[in-house]
Design a protein around this ligand. Sequence first.
Ligand code: GLC
Length: 612
Amino acid sequence: MAEKSWWKRTFVYQIYPKSFRDTTGSGTGDIPGIISRLDYIKELGAGAVWITPMYPSPMVDNGYDISDYTSIDPAYGTMEDFDRLVSEAGKRGIRIVMDIVYNHSSDRHPWFLESKKDRTNPKADWYIWRDAKTEETGEKTGADLAGGKAVPTNWRGIFGGSVWTWCEERQQDYYHTFAKEQPDLNWENPEVRRALFDAANFWLDKGIGGFRIDAISYIKKPAEFLDGEPDSPDGTVSVHTMTANTPGILDLLQEFKREGFDGHDIFTVGEACGVETEELTDWVGDDGVFSMLFEFTHVLLLFDGPEIWCRPKPWKLTELKRAMFRSQEAVRGEGWLPLYFENHDRARSVNVYFDGLPNPDRTDPGRTCGAAGAGKLTPEERKLAARGLAAVLFTLRGTPYVYQGEELGMQNADWHSPEEFNDISTKWQYQNALEEGYSPEEALRFAAFFSRDNARTPMQWDGSENAGFSCAGAVSAGEGAGAEPWLPVHADHRERNAALEEADPDSVLHFYRKLAALRREREELISGSCRELLPEDEDIFCFERRLEDKCILIAVNFSRKEIRLSERFKDQAAGLSGDQAAGLSGDQAAAPLAEKNRLLPSSRHDVEPGIL
Ligand code: GLC
C-alpha cells in the first residue's frame, strides 16, 4: 500500500543558518540568505527544510542555548523575515521545520535568571537544583568539580566537566547535561511543560511543517541522584550512562505530543541518543510519541564506548550495514526512520566512511583504522564515494535527511591548531585527548577529524572569495560589510562548489537530484519493503526494495576493487530469489570507486542499467 504522509514521500534538507548564506556581509548567515536559496532547494527536490535554532541565543553552543523560545535572533533577521520564509517556502512546496531545544535553555533565559535568584522565587523549581555535598554530611565525593564544593554526583557532562555548577546566589548547584551555560529545565514541573508546549504552539500557528526535537532522551532524570561507576580516570561517569532514556520519559512525551502537536499535519523527529533499536517502536509508529527518531547506532560504531574522539575503533562495512538494517527491521511492521549520514554534529561523511579514522595506537600514528583504510582517496574517488553514500541514503526505507553541502560532497576541512576551532565540544575533546596522554599533535589529529566544525564551514556556493557565502554586493557596501565568515571557508571551495557542480552533469549535485527524482517516480523506493542482501559482504552495501511485482536492487561498492556482483551472489544464491539470481548477468559489475556508481537493475530490468 502506498504511504500517504507527505513527509514520507519527500526528503528533508538541513540548514545550519550561521553557515548557509550571509546577505549583510556580517560574516554570519541569515534568513534572507535562506530565502535567496529556496529555488536551489526546490530544484534539489526537498519538501522540507529543517533549520537548526534561530532563536535569540548567547551562542555558546551556536543557538542550542536559547534565551527566548518565541523570537528570532537579530543576527538572523526579524520575525517578519521568518514569516516571509515560511510563505516563500510554501510557494515552492517546501515546509519549514523548527529545531526545538527543550531539555535545557540558556543560562541567560529570563526563566533561569529568575530561578537562580533564591530558593523561594516563583521559578525556583523550573531548573534542577541540589545542595552541594559537604564534609559535615559525610558524603563528600571524589569528584570535586564545582566551585570548590563537592558536587552532588560524579556525573560528567556531554561537553566535559561536571554536570553541576555552583551558584553563589542560591548557594546550590544547578544541573546541566551539556555546557554550564545550558541549564536543564525541570520537566517534572507542570508549569515548565506548559510553557514549552505553548512555545511549540506559537510556531505551529505560523504554519510550520514540523519539529526536530533536540536531545530529548535526557529530559527525564532518575528519581535519585546517585554516583555512578566511573568510566574515566578522573572518577567521573558520563551523564549519558546515568540519565539517557530514563524510565517514565515516554509519559512526559505522550503529554508533549497531546499538548504540543497532535492534530496538525506536521512531522516530528526526535534526537534520542540512548534509545535502543529494539525500543524504536515505543517511540515511533501509531502509538509512539514522534513521527521519526534519530538513532545513533550507526554513527557511534566508530567509537570504543561513548563518543570520545581519541577512542575511535576500527569498523567494518558489515557492522555499518548491520546497524542500519537492524533499525530497518525494527520498524518493518510499524514506524518510520529518518535516514542520515551527516548533520551539524558529525564530520563529513566521505571522510568518515572512506578515509579511515585516526589511529589511537600511538606506536603507529600514521596508520588509519576502519573503512577502506587504504590511504587517501583521489578527487574522483571522493566524488564517487559521495555518490555511493547518496545512493544508500535515498533508497533505504525512510525519509532521507541531507545536510547542507552533503549534496556537493563537501569534505572535512584542514585544521592546523586548536585555536581555530569554534565548537565547544571540540575544545573539550581536544583537552580530553591531552589528558588521556596524547601529544598536542595527536590530540589535534583526533579533533580535526571528528570536529563538528567540519560540518559548519560556510556553504560553498561558488569559487569566488568566501565561496559566495557572503553576498558580494553587501560586502562592498554597508555597515560591517566584508567581515570574515565566522568560520573559515574550506580551502577546496574553488574546485568544489554549487556553481561548478550545476554545470557538470556528472557531479554529486546532479546525482542527488536524480536520486530525488527516482524516489519520486518509483513507488517501491517509498512504500516497498526493504531486505538486506549479501549481509556478510565487506565491500558491497546491497539490498532490495520490493512492492508487489516491482523490485529494485541497490548495490553500492564501498571498496576500491572492481567487483562482479554476480560473483558475489554465486556463493550466496540462497539470499536471492531465483529470478533475481538468473537476472544477474556478468556485465552487471558493482562499479568500484573508480567507475560510475549506478543502481543496478533487478532481474525484471525495470530500471535501465546506468540510469544514474
Ligand atoms: C544536540 C544538538 C547539538 C547540541 C546539543 C546540545 O545534540 O544536535 O548540536 O550541541 O544537542 O543542545
